[in-house]
Design a protein around this ligand. Structure first.
Ligand code: PLP
Length: 378
């Protein structure tokens, strides 16, 4: 069976360094807030090109911590792409804010700035909610259209939160993902572009006050000097020492060869699958994707479930990201009234499928997968 994201192969390649670092954590027995945590924060901030990085327990908490620092809550509207992982909407909604779902761009699958502006105007005119923040997602590894999104946020006085859970390593004209938001976040869930061996996440910002606040919120709202002096309500959300140590090894490999390798794989797919009648991922000029997913869109005649089944029989695992627009998730039904349109999202949810994608995929495997796909189209 061909893995969808081959973490076993990655471990075989990095085994020496990973084993050494894990043993070191064990012998030091400094499992929470060990020195590797601070070191990983410094290296992550440097890689991304922002002043502050605060690690936390997962990418969902990272979003929640950012929104807590901004005191987002009841009566606030938060604008979110209709096509994303559940967390992007779950975080603001769990704080009492109102998620307003916005349609996406048909090529990049990222939030459509025009639809975003329409949604903001609509909410302002209705006058029931205060437009507070936009959460833009770097879906499948490609940064969102931050030039236009930033302009809109400035114009309507909204905070910009970049959900870079799938975007770490991507860039626009050399500027790295997780540096585009007023606050940006990422996830180190094992299958993300940069993953650890469990749950993990991080918050990035240039704003010192927010960075301090988030560090406090992540540790039970502690006072800066004294962990047992709690000055606000927070959470328990830390990246543990073991995960930080693993992340340091993986970040090195990510910089040294993985990001390049995964882009090579994307090129091979493009070579093999061009002209077949499948819509391939569109990476805009000046943009670099970190390829969290390689998601293709099937033509109308092709039955996705049948195709997925056929590929599985040939030992090829695929996934569907995502089957359902956010606004149709049952958990969000209560928020449905503001939603209008999102026709692109509805249309593509039944047509997209994600192929195996990771830095250790080989050219012959890409050819094998592509040939199977082509044979179904013929
Ligand atoms: C994975 C993901 C998250 C959540 O990250 P976790 O670490 O699993 O909590 C948030 N947003 C997007 C877009 C994601 O893909």
């Amino acid at each position: 069976m061909m893995e969808f994201r081959d973490l076993k192969k990655q471990y075989q390649v990095l085994k020496n360094d990973i084993d050494t670092t894990i043993l070191k954590v064990l012998s030091n027995a400094n499992y929470i807030s060990g020195p590797q945590v601070k070191e990983s924060e410094e290296q992550l901030a440097e890689y991304v090109g922002v002043k502050y990085c605060v690690t936390c327990a997962n990418g969902t908490d990272a979003l929640t911590l950012a929104l807590m620092a901004w005191q987002v809550g009841s009566g606030d509207a938060v604008f979110i792409p209709d096509f994303t992982f559940f967390s992007t909407g779950e975080s603001p909604a769990s704080l009492g804010a109102y998620p307003v779902f916005v349609d996406i761009d048909e090529d990049t699958y990222n939030i459509d700035p025009k639809c975003l502006e329409q949604a903001i105007i609509r909410v302002r005119e209705e006058g029931k909610l205060i437009p507070k923040a936009v959460i833009a997602v770097d879906l499948f590894g490609q940064p969102a259209n931050y030039k236009e999104i930033r302009q809109i946020c400035d114009q309507y006085d909204l905070l910009l939160l970049e959900d870079g859970a799938q975007g770490f390593g991507g860039s626009i004209n050399g500027k790295k993902a997780c540096s585009f938001g007023d606050i940006s976040t990422t996830s180190f869930f094992p299958a993300k572009p940069l993953g650890c061996y469990g749950d993990g996440g991080a918050v990035f910002t240039d704003n010192e006050e927010w960075a301090r606040l988030i560090r406090s919120l992540a540790i039970h709202g502690k006072n800066e000097e004294d962990k047992y002096d709690n000055v606000r309500l927070g959470m328990n959300s830390r990246l543990d020492t073991m995960q930080a140590a693993i992340l340091l090894v993986k970040l090195k490999a990510f910089q040294k060869h993985e990001l390049e390798a995964v882009n090579q794989v994307a090129d091979w797919y493009r070579e093999q699958l061009s002209g077949v009648g499948i819509k391939l991922p569109v990476v805009k000029e000046g943009y670099v994707s970190s390829w969290a997913q390689y998601t293709i869109k099937l033509s109308n005649e092709m039955d996705r479930d049948w195709m997925q089944e056929q590929l599985k029989e040939d030992g090829i695992l695929t996934m569907v990201y995502y089957r359902k627009p956010m606004h149709l998730q049952r958990a969000f039904w209560a928020f449905n009234n503001i939603n209008v349109g999102c026709t692109i999202t509805k249309k593509i949810c039944s047509k997209v499928i994600s192929l195996p994608m990771h830095p250790y995929l080989m050219k012959r495997e890409v050819i094998y997968i592509s040939n199977k796909l082509k044979s179904m189209y013929n």
